[in-house]
Design a protein around this ligand. Structure first.
Ligand SMILES: *Cc1c(COP(=O)(O)O)cnc(C)c1O
Length: 406
């Protein structure tokens, strides 16, 4: 057995396909976001970041920074253990209460990431309900897919955002089987919204639970940043609302909010919650400050929406192929993995613009794209520079040829 060859071939294959991933070595400068420094073999270069999921720039908000510093001064660095064994800090309790309130739920539960919150919660709910069937949107995030796999239950995949297909699948199954409908409120690659109300109607009609990932909406939608469900007045109709502290809230960690009993079950049975050191108190304190700030302040959300709309318009006016996103996500279709990577490299090296190519398996083959996440701190000048640079790159690489074919 030639082990070395197995691994080098695997890498050679993804390189041939043009989807070998290279991580950018960047250093953000506090107070300068979205400007950052890029560490290269030839030294350090100034760049503007266009693909950060720190959607509102909260990662450098003074209140958040101060809260983290204060927490470190007060209690030190790590949490010291799992939640069960000396790792439950007062900050965790306060943040869980704050998140439960944000989503209008009885209880909240923190995890070390959004990925784990999905995986651990979905698998636990499935295991607690023998014969459970999970109905999962075909574009659901990998963390949800893995939750379904770990839950070892029956699964049905419904066409993206299709209420009709979902109903067809539910109707074909045993009416007495426990059922969970699994979906996201905002799909972050296309930037479209789920028909939340219609899914909840189906859940009522066929007696299903609903589990919704609001990762790309918490902090950004709704009067207090409670997500799309808050904006649409539907929070009480979704059984489990899952979110992250790593995107708009600017830190890291994940959570669910739900009824007391559901949260208590996940707390008591989920391996991914029980057997891991809890979030650092400093991160938790920072998240608490961030959630509280965004509950009370709407300027970030308003500016964020305005910036996204402006960038889409500028791109459309420049005849760049913006995909039809209705949210804050601005995807630009390229339609070829190699060209997509080349475009991204050229933007970075020639224009100091950092936007990551999005290739398979994150998106379907043939829909490779550049995905822009404008935030409140991208000013008009940056947008102007971006669109002009994109025009040059589009012509140099003759990209319209690829996206027409796609
Ligand atoms: C990023 C993401 C997650 C995972 O959240 P993390 O906090 O980054 O682990 C879950 N669901 C969706 C849809 C995501 O995009």
């Amino acid at each position: 057995m030639d082990y070395d060859r197995i691994f080098s071939n695997a890498i050679a294959d993804i390189k041939d396909e043009g989807r070998y991933r290279v991580f950018m070595d960047i250093e953000r400068t506090n107070g300068e976001f979205p400007k950052a420094e890029w560490h290269t073999e030839n030294g350090v270069k100034d760049i503007t970041v266009w693909c950060s999921n720190d959607y509102l720039g909260m990662g450098q908000h003074p209140d958040v920074i101060q809260a983290m510093k204060d927490a470190i001064d007060k209690v030190g660095t790590g949490s010291g253990g799992t939640r069960n064994i000396s790792g439950t800090h007062h900050y965790h309790v306060m943040l869980e209460n704050e998140l439960a309130d944000l989503h209008g739920k009885e209880a909240g539960l923190l995890f070390t990431s959004g990925y784990i919150s999905n995986e651990a919660s979905i698998s636990t709910l499935a295991r607690l309900m023998p014969g459970c069937i999970i109905y999962s949107d075909e574009l659901n995030h990998a963390s949800m897919i893995n939750g379904v796999l770990t839950g070892k239950c029956e699964k049905r995949i419904f066409k993206h955002n299709s209420v009709e297909h979902l109903e067809e699948l539910i109707k074909a199954d045993d009416p007495d089987a426990p059922k969970i409908i699994l979906f996201e409120s905002v799909y972050s690659m296309d930037g479209d919204f789920a028909p939340i109300e219609e899914f909840c109607d189906l859940a009522d009609k066929y007696n299903c639970l609903t589990f919704m990932d609001e990762v790309h909406a918490v902090g950004m939608y709704g009067p207090r940043g409670g997500g799309v469900a808050e904006e649409r007045g539907l929070m009480d109709r979704v059984d489990v609302i899952e979110g992250t502290l790593g995107k708009a809230f600017g830190l890291m960690g994940g959570y669910i909010t739900a009824s007391k009993d559901i949260v208590d079950c996940v707390r008591s049975f989920a391996s991914g919650f029980i057997f891991t050191t809890s979030l650092s108190p400093a991160i938790t304190a920072g998240a608490l400050a961030s959630v509280r700030h965004l509950k009370n302040s709407t300027v970030e959300r308003e500016r964020h929406q305005e910036r996204a709309a402006t960038l889409k318009k500028l791109m459309r006016d420049a005849e760049l192929p913006v995909m039809p996103s209705v949210s804050h996500i601005v995807p630009l279709l390229v339609g070829d993995p190699v060209i997509c990577k080349q475009a991204s490299d050229m933007l970075l090296e020639d224009f100091g613009i950092y936007v990551q190519p999005i290739n398979f398996p994150t998106v379907p083959r043939g829909t490779e794209r550049l995905r822009f996440a404008p935030n409140p701190l991208h000013d008009d000048e940056m947008m102007d520079h971006l669109v002009k640079s994109l025009k040059v790159v589009w012509e140099k690489l003759d990209i319209n040829k690829y996206c027409r074919a796609a």
